[in-house]
Design a protein around this ligand. Structure first.
Ligand code: APR
Length: 258
């Protein structure tokens, strides 16, 4: 990565008054968590998405979907946030407003102490009643339940009818309204949006950079490959976020100290 490009991006960030950082699976790649769509090692490459992350798939085969989430939870439990996550925390001390809008469900941004994180697609560590029988969402603490894990997910302890499922947003499901509205408002109001590690093909998350761009914000991207966002980004740093974000934060520190 040529230093000049990093300096250009750092200069575009140093004066940001209302920065929104939109992150995707690429943000956690250097933590050892596979992304979804990268052919050679993306999670989806090994599984057919429609056979796993949809309400219909869960109804048809709850044990398969539950076991896939158990596999992902164990993968995440064995991984850790990377220097990119920590660099975004450091950014909060350098800029007046930094809000993270993430598509990721691994909880890494919260784990490293980012103070304002909007989770568009939920949190893989949480579970809820499939029918949200006590209201949206009806969270269930499965650590307090006894059931035969061989059979798949437990039954909801409240309604004793529906099964328990991960508290994440699946394909063909809508995002929580308040979460999406806040993310859209922030995208409209920001002066800079830094988009990190997303292919930009899943909506409505992929609309957010468009909203920012149309509202006059500067859109920047960190991604080793071009994405659905690249054409509206004024700069794309072609590298890994775990490597580049700490370098950018150091450059911003230098710019602020001069
Ligand atoms: N640093 C930054 N970006 C990276 C890195 C890295 N080290 N490695 C890969 N990438 C980029 C890839 O080039 C790709 O553009 O991360 C992106 C990952 O894209 P996807 O796998 O499509 O993940 P994402 O965009 O987050 O998917 C969006 O789709 O499956 C649903 O709900 C799921 O939240 C997910 C949504």
């Amino acid at each position: 990565m040529e230093k000049a490009k990093l300096e250009t991006v750092a200069r575009m960030l140093v004066d940001a008054q209302r920065l929104v950082v939109l992150t995707g699976a690429g943000m956690s790649k250097e933590s050892g968590v596979p992304t979804f769509r990268e052919a050679h090692d993306g999670l989806w490459a090994r599984y057919d998405p429609t056979s796993l992350a949809t309400p219909g798939a869960f109804r048809r085969n709850p044990k398969l979907v539950w076991d896939w989430y158990t596999y992902r939870r164990e993968l995440i439990a064995g991984s850790a946030p990377n220097p990119g996550h920590h660099a975004l925390v450091a950014l909060e001390d350098l800029l007046p407003q930094v809000v993270i809008v993430t598509q990721n469900v691994d909880g890494f941004h919260q784990q490293v102490g980012s103070s304002d994180v909007i989770c568009l697609h939920g949190n893989i560590q949480e579970n809820k009643c499939f029918d949200d029988c006590q209201g949206k969402p009806t969270l269930v603490d499965i650590s307090r339940l006894e059931w035969d894990a061989e059979t798949g997910p437990p039954t909801c302890p409240y309604c004793r009818q529906a099964l328990v499922r991960p508290n994440v947003v699946w394909f063909n499901e809508t995002l929580p309204v308040a979460v999406l509205e806040r993310a859209q408002q922030l995208s409209q109001d920001c002066d800079v949006m830094l988009v990190i590690g997303t292919s930009g093909v899943v909506y409505p998350a992929a609309y957010l950079p468009m909203i920012a761009h149309q509202s006059g914000a500067t859109v920047l991207e960190i991604n080793p490959s071009p994405s659905g966002i690249s054409q509206i980004a004024v700069q794309r740093l072609a590298g890994g976020s775990g490597e580049l974000l700490p370098l950018i934060v150091d450059l911003i520190r230098q710019l602020k100290s001069t």
